[in-house]
Ligand binder design. Structure first.
Ligand SMILES: O=C(O)CCC(=O)C(=O)O
Ligand SMILES: [Fe+2]
Length: 319
């Protein structure tokens, strides 16, 4: 299966080469659908293989073993395992199970900060996830340099502001095989922050609501799917799109995906860029929300979303 979405070689952004062409490609993709693939990212294939194998071992464990690291134990740090049906998207339970991770640090009192929960039964998973977080943070900073250049900003614009102390979330999802009658693996939604870098195994399932209708974003070996989130849409006054997407695993096999979210610092406010007029003419979003009307910090925005996807965690996280 092919994809209509472009593949952009981001190696010049990592190697310090001339990035003018990459920046132009990023702008075109972000104006069009907000989705593209990246190649030339330098993430070691053996790291991905190790993490994928560890994740598969984990999901094969009996439910009671997986529940030993359940999200209830993660509390305010918003970490750990949730079983199939445990997460809601747009108010409906998703057909997936998964583990939530984030940057590994001592709790600092703010919601979502803290240490990860790793399964004792699969000791190698923790090491590969922590390594992956470090490597992907570098890749995300590099792609954000390209995004900055694509907007006519200094290449370090984001690194010196919003992503000097980024909010980093990482998830590993396991989608059982599903039919159209079963509902969605992940319901239609947009991502919340700046950038999502998605690793998929070799099973298709991701669909993107482009201007031309719903299109598939099947896995392409050696690439990540990159999409922009609500905060880049908001920053650019709608010039760049945070585009709705959803998942149905119709492959007949187990599907694993690994979304890495690279978002503004918890306390960052995200007003429109001064150079950007509001371009969307007040266009209504898929969910009726007006992003531009939101004021407050990224942390406030994220918490309002957490309360919707994990209502039972609301009290833990918001108290
Ligand atoms: O699993 C996927 O392919 C996409 C997941 C996703 O959209 C998300 O976690 O925000
Ligand atoms: Fe998403």
């Amino acid at each position: 299966m092919g994809s209509e979405l472009p593949v952009i070689d981001v190696s010049p952004l990592l190697a310090g080469g001339s990035a003018a062409t990459v920046a132009r490609q990023i702008e075109a993709a972000c104006v069009d659908s907000g989705f593209f693939y990246i190649s030339g990212h330098g993430v070691p294939a053996d790291l991905i293989t190790r993490m994928d194998a560890g994740a598969r071992r984990f999901f094969e464990l009996p439910l009671d073993a997986k529940m030993k690291i359940s999200m209830a134990r993660g509390g305010r740090a918003w970490r750990g395992f949730f079983p199939v049906g445990g997460e809601l998207t747009s108010g409906r339970p998703d057909l997936k199970e998964g583990i939530y991770f984030g940057a590994e640090r001592e709790p600092d009192g703010r919601p979502l900060s803290g240490r990860n929960l790793f399964p004792d039964e699969v000791p190698e998973l923790g090491a590969s996830v922590l390594r992956y977080l470090d490597v992907m943070t570098e890749v995300a900073q590099a792609v954000m340099r390209g995004v900055a250049l694509s907007l006519g900003l200094d290449e370090d614009y984001f690194a010196e502001s919003y992503t000097a102390d980024p909010t980093i979330l990482f998830r590993i999802f396991h989608y059982p095989p599903a039919t159209a009658d079963d509902g969605w693996g992940v319901g239609e939604h947009t991502d919340y922050g700046l950038l999502t870098l998605l690793l998929q195994d070799d099973n298709a399932g991701l669909q993107v609501h482009s201007a031309r209708g719903w299109i598939d974003a099947p896995p392409i070996p050696g690439t990540f799917v990159c999409n922009i989130g609500d905060m880049l849409d908001k920053l650019t006054g709608g010039h760049y799109r945070s585009t709705p997407h959803r998942v149905r695993n119709a492959s007949g096999r187990e599907r694993l995906s690994f979304p890495f979210f690279f978002d503004p610092g918890w306390d960052s406010e995200v007003p429109p860029l001064p150079s950007r007029p509001r371009l969307d003419g007040g266009r209504a979003r898929w969910d009726g929300q007006d992003l531009r009307a939101f004021t407050g910090t990224y942390g406030d925005y994220l918490l309002s979303k957490v309360a919707k996807v994990f209502p039972q965690l609301r009290a833990d996280v918001l108290d």
